[in-house]
Design a protein around this ligand. Structure first.
Ligand SMILES: Nc1nc2c(ncn2[C@@H]2O[C@H](COP(=O)(O)OP(=O)(O)OP(=O)(O)O)[C@@H](O)[C@H]2O)c(=O)[nH]1
Ligand SMILES: [Mg+2]
Length: 213
Protein backbone atom coordinates (compact mmCIF):
# COMPACT_ATOMS: atom_id res chain seq x y z
CA UNK A 1 0.00 0.00 0.00
CA UNK A 2 2.71 2.49 1.05
CA UNK A 3 4.73 1.41 -1.98
CA UNK A 4 1.78 2.10 -4.27
CA UNK A 5 1.28 5.60 -2.85
CA UNK A 6 4.99 6.28 -3.23
CA UNK A 7 4.95 5.01 -6.82
CA UNK A 8 1.99 7.25 -7.69
CA UNK A 9 3.71 10.20 -6.11
CA UNK A 10 6.82 9.61 -8.21
CA UNK A 11 4.74 9.21 -11.35
CA UNK A 12 2.86 12.48 -10.73
CA UNK A 13 5.99 14.44 -9.85
CA UNK A 14 8.01 13.27 -12.81
CA UNK A 15 5.25 13.62 -15.38
CA UNK A 16 4.78 17.18 -14.08
CA UNK A 17 8.47 17.96 -14.51
CA UNK A 18 8.48 16.30 -17.91
CA UNK A 19 5.48 18.30 -19.12
CA UNK A 20 7.19 21.55 -18.23
CA UNK A 21 10.32 20.64 -20.09
CA UNK A 22 9.73 21.91 -23.60
CA UNK A 23 11.51 20.31 -26.51
CA UNK A 24 13.70 22.67 -28.50
CA UNK A 25 12.16 23.47 -31.88
CA UNK A 26 14.97 23.24 -34.42
CA UNK A 27 14.13 24.40 -37.95
CA UNK A 28 16.08 23.58 -41.10
CA UNK A 29 15.81 26.46 -43.55
CA UNK A 30 17.44 27.38 -46.84
CA UNK A 31 17.16 27.41 -50.60
CA UNK A 32 15.97 24.29 -52.44
CA UNK A 33 18.40 21.43 -53.02
CA UNK A 34 20.89 22.60 -50.36
CA UNK A 35 20.59 19.39 -48.31
CA UNK A 36 18.14 20.32 -45.52
CA UNK A 37 16.32 17.00 -45.62
CA UNK A 38 19.58 15.06 -46.05
CA UNK A 39 20.93 16.64 -42.87
CA UNK A 40 17.68 16.25 -40.91
CA UNK A 41 17.50 12.60 -42.04
CA UNK A 42 21.05 11.89 -40.94
CA UNK A 43 20.43 13.30 -37.45
CA UNK A 44 17.04 11.56 -37.08
CA UNK A 45 18.49 8.25 -38.33
CA UNK A 46 21.40 8.45 -35.88
CA UNK A 47 19.24 9.19 -32.85
CA UNK A 48 15.82 7.64 -33.62
CA UNK A 49 16.52 5.11 -36.37
CA UNK A 50 13.93 6.79 -38.63
CA UNK A 51 14.16 9.40 -41.38
CA UNK A 52 12.09 12.57 -41.74
CA UNK A 53 11.48 12.76 -45.51
CA UNK A 54 12.46 12.19 -49.13
CA UNK A 55 15.64 13.50 -50.71
CA UNK A 56 15.93 14.20 -54.44
CA UNK A 57 18.20 15.88 -56.95
CA UNK A 58 15.08 17.61 -58.29
CA UNK A 59 14.60 20.93 -56.42
CA UNK A 60 11.51 21.43 -54.24
CA UNK A 61 11.30 17.81 -53.18
CA UNK A 62 10.03 18.95 -49.77
CA UNK A 63 6.85 20.91 -50.36
CA UNK A 64 5.22 20.73 -46.93
CA UNK A 65 6.75 21.22 -43.48
CA UNK A 66 7.68 17.87 -41.94
CA UNK A 67 8.52 16.99 -38.33
CA UNK A 68 10.16 14.50 -36.10
CA UNK A 69 9.36 14.87 -32.41
CA UNK A 70 11.37 13.80 -29.36
CA UNK A 71 14.73 13.49 -31.07
CA UNK A 72 17.15 12.97 -28.18
CA UNK A 73 20.57 14.13 -29.28
CA UNK A 74 23.46 13.03 -27.11
CA UNK A 75 26.84 14.65 -27.44
CA UNK A 76 29.81 14.32 -25.06
CA UNK A 77 27.65 12.99 -22.22
CA UNK A 78 24.98 15.70 -22.58
CA UNK A 79 21.48 15.05 -23.93
CA UNK A 80 18.94 17.49 -25.34
CA UNK A 81 15.51 16.79 -26.81
CA UNK A 82 14.57 18.46 -30.07
CA UNK A 83 11.55 18.74 -32.29
CA UNK A 84 13.08 18.70 -35.76
CA UNK A 85 11.30 20.74 -38.41
CA UNK A 86 12.33 20.28 -42.03
CA UNK A 87 10.97 23.03 -44.27
CA UNK A 88 10.37 23.44 -48.01
CA UNK A 89 13.18 25.23 -49.85
CA UNK A 90 12.68 28.98 -50.20
CA UNK A 91 13.07 30.57 -53.62
CA UNK A 92 11.98 33.77 -55.32
CA UNK A 93 11.25 32.23 -58.70
CA UNK A 94 9.44 28.95 -59.28
CA UNK A 95 8.82 28.09 -62.90
CA UNK A 96 7.37 24.73 -63.93
CA UNK A 97 9.57 24.75 -67.04
CA UNK A 98 12.65 24.39 -64.82
CA UNK A 99 11.40 20.94 -63.81
CA UNK A 100 11.06 19.69 -67.39
CA UNK A 101 14.81 19.13 -67.69
CA UNK A 102 14.48 16.47 -64.97
CA UNK A 103 12.15 14.59 -67.31
CA UNK A 104 8.99 15.40 -65.38
CA UNK A 105 5.84 15.49 -67.48
CA UNK A 106 4.33 18.94 -68.06
CA UNK A 107 1.31 18.36 -65.80
CA UNK A 108 3.47 16.86 -63.03
CA UNK A 109 5.88 19.80 -63.32
CA UNK A 110 2.98 22.28 -63.07
CA UNK A 111 1.64 20.62 -59.92
CA UNK A 112 5.14 20.55 -58.43
CA UNK A 113 5.57 24.28 -59.12
CA UNK A 114 2.22 25.10 -57.50
CA UNK A 115 2.95 22.99 -54.42
CA UNK A 116 6.48 24.43 -54.19
CA UNK A 117 5.04 27.97 -54.14
CA UNK A 118 2.66 27.03 -51.32
CA UNK A 119 5.63 25.40 -49.58
CA UNK A 120 7.59 28.66 -49.59
CA UNK A 121 4.68 30.44 -47.93
CA UNK A 122 4.39 27.66 -45.33
CA UNK A 123 8.12 27.83 -44.54
CA UNK A 124 7.94 31.56 -43.90
CA UNK A 125 4.78 31.19 -41.82
CA UNK A 126 6.56 28.71 -39.56
CA UNK A 127 9.54 30.99 -38.87
CA UNK A 128 7.93 32.49 -35.77
CA UNK A 129 7.60 29.05 -34.19
CA UNK A 130 11.29 28.21 -34.20
CA UNK A 131 13.54 28.25 -31.14
CA UNK A 132 16.73 27.87 -33.18
CA UNK A 133 17.38 27.66 -36.92
CA UNK A 134 19.98 25.89 -38.99
CA UNK A 135 20.37 27.54 -42.38
CA UNK A 136 21.61 24.96 -44.83
CA UNK A 137 23.48 26.33 -47.84
CA UNK A 138 25.10 24.50 -50.74
CA UNK A 139 28.75 25.51 -50.37
CA UNK A 140 29.40 25.03 -54.09
CA UNK A 141 27.06 27.91 -54.88
CA UNK A 142 27.32 31.67 -54.58
CA UNK A 143 25.91 32.59 -51.14
CA UNK A 144 25.25 36.24 -52.05
CA UNK A 145 21.64 36.07 -53.17
CA UNK A 146 18.25 37.46 -52.31
CA UNK A 147 16.90 34.26 -50.75
CA UNK A 148 19.76 33.79 -48.28
CA UNK A 149 19.81 37.45 -47.31
CA UNK A 150 16.03 37.48 -46.81
CA UNK A 151 16.00 34.33 -44.64
CA UNK A 152 18.86 35.56 -42.47
CA UNK A 153 17.36 39.06 -42.18
CA UNK A 154 14.01 37.60 -41.11
CA UNK A 155 15.63 35.48 -38.41
CA UNK A 156 17.75 38.37 -37.15
CA UNK A 157 14.63 40.57 -36.88
CA UNK A 158 12.94 37.85 -34.81
CA UNK A 159 16.08 37.37 -32.67
CA UNK A 160 16.10 33.64 -33.37
CA UNK A 161 19.55 32.05 -32.84
CA UNK A 162 21.05 30.91 -36.15
CA UNK A 163 23.76 28.50 -37.25
CA UNK A 164 24.86 28.42 -40.87
CA UNK A 165 25.76 25.05 -42.34
CA UNK A 166 27.96 25.05 -45.44
CA UNK A 167 26.90 21.70 -46.88
CA UNK A 168 28.43 19.51 -49.61
CA UNK A 169 32.05 20.00 -48.51
CA UNK A 170 32.79 16.66 -50.18
CA UNK A 171 32.51 18.40 -53.57
CA UNK A 172 35.54 19.99 -55.20
CA UNK A 173 33.82 23.32 -55.85
CA UNK A 174 32.92 23.72 -52.17
CA UNK A 175 33.91 27.12 -50.71
CA UNK A 176 33.18 27.54 -47.00
CA UNK A 177 35.18 30.77 -46.79
CA UNK A 178 32.85 32.49 -49.23
CA UNK A 179 29.88 31.73 -46.97
CA UNK A 180 31.81 32.88 -43.91
CA UNK A 181 32.62 36.18 -45.54
CA UNK A 182 29.06 36.66 -46.80
CA UNK A 183 27.63 36.25 -43.27
CA UNK A 184 30.48 37.06 -40.88
CA UNK A 185 28.22 37.68 -37.87
CA UNK A 186 27.16 33.99 -37.75
CA UNK A 187 28.96 30.75 -36.97
CA UNK A 188 29.43 28.65 -40.10
CA UNK A 189 30.12 24.91 -39.98
CA UNK A 190 31.22 22.99 -43.06
CA UNK A 191 29.68 19.52 -43.32
CA UNK A 192 28.67 16.83 -45.75
CA UNK A 193 25.16 15.66 -44.95
CA UNK A 194 25.52 12.98 -47.60
CA UNK A 195 28.67 11.39 -46.19
CA UNK A 196 28.42 12.52 -42.56
CA UNK A 197 31.60 14.63 -42.47
CA UNK A 198 32.13 16.95 -39.50
CA UNK A 199 28.88 16.18 -37.71
CA UNK A 200 30.58 16.25 -34.29
CA UNK A 201 31.35 19.93 -34.74
CA UNK A 202 27.77 20.44 -35.90
CA UNK A 203 26.34 18.86 -32.71
CA UNK A 204 28.67 20.93 -30.57
CA UNK A 205 27.41 24.12 -32.28
CA UNK A 206 23.77 23.10 -31.89
CA UNK A 207 24.23 22.59 -28.15
CA UNK A 208 25.96 25.96 -27.92
CA UNK A 209 23.18 27.62 -29.93
CA UNK A 210 20.48 26.09 -27.71
CA UNK A 211 21.91 27.99 -24.74
CA UNK A 212 21.10 31.27 -26.52
CA UNK A 213 17.31 30.68 -26.54
N1 LIG B 1 27.60 15.71 -52.80
C1 LIG B 1 26.66 15.97 -51.88
N2 LIG B 1 25.37 15.95 -52.21
C2 LIG B 1 24.45 16.22 -51.23
C3 LIG B 1 24.83 16.50 -49.90
N3 LIG B 1 23.72 16.72 -49.18
C4 LIG B 1 22.67 16.58 -50.03
N4 LIG B 1 23.11 16.26 -51.27
C5 LIG B 1 22.32 16.03 -52.48
O1 LIG B 1 21.64 17.24 -52.82
C6 LIG B 1 20.34 16.95 -53.35
C7 LIG B 1 19.29 17.68 -52.56
O2 LIG B 1 19.24 17.16 -51.23
P1 LIG B 1 17.97 17.37 -50.29
O3 LIG B 1 18.34 16.88 -48.94
O4 LIG B 1 16.74 16.83 -50.92
O5 LIG B 1 17.91 18.98 -50.29
P2 LIG B 1 16.78 19.93 -49.64
O6 LIG B 1 17.50 21.15 -49.16
O7 LIG B 1 15.98 19.20 -48.64
O8 LIG B 1 15.93 20.30 -50.92
P3 LIG B 1 14.37 20.78 -51.04
O9 LIG B 1 13.53 19.77 -50.32
O10 LIG B 1 14.16 20.80 -52.49
O11 LIG B 1 14.29 22.13 -50.45
C8 LIG B 1 20.21 15.43 -53.32
O12 LIG B 1 20.58 14.93 -54.58
C9 LIG B 1 21.21 15.00 -52.24
O13 LIG B 1 21.70 13.68 -52.40
C10 LIG B 1 26.22 16.50 -49.57
O14 LIG B 1 26.66 16.72 -48.45
N5 LIG B 1 27.10 16.24 -50.62
MG1 LIG C 1 13.96 18.80 -48.55
Amino acid sequence: MVLKIFKNFLKRTFSHIFKNKKDIKLGFYGPPNAGKTSLANRICKDFTGEEIGNVSKIPHETRTVQFKEKVKISYKGKTMIFKMIDTPGISTKIDYEDFLKYNLKKNVAKIRAKEATQGVIESIKWLDDMDIVVIVLDSTENPYNQVNITIIGNLAARKIPVLIVANKIDLKKSNIKKIESAFPEYDTIGISAKYGNNLEEFYESIFKLSKKI
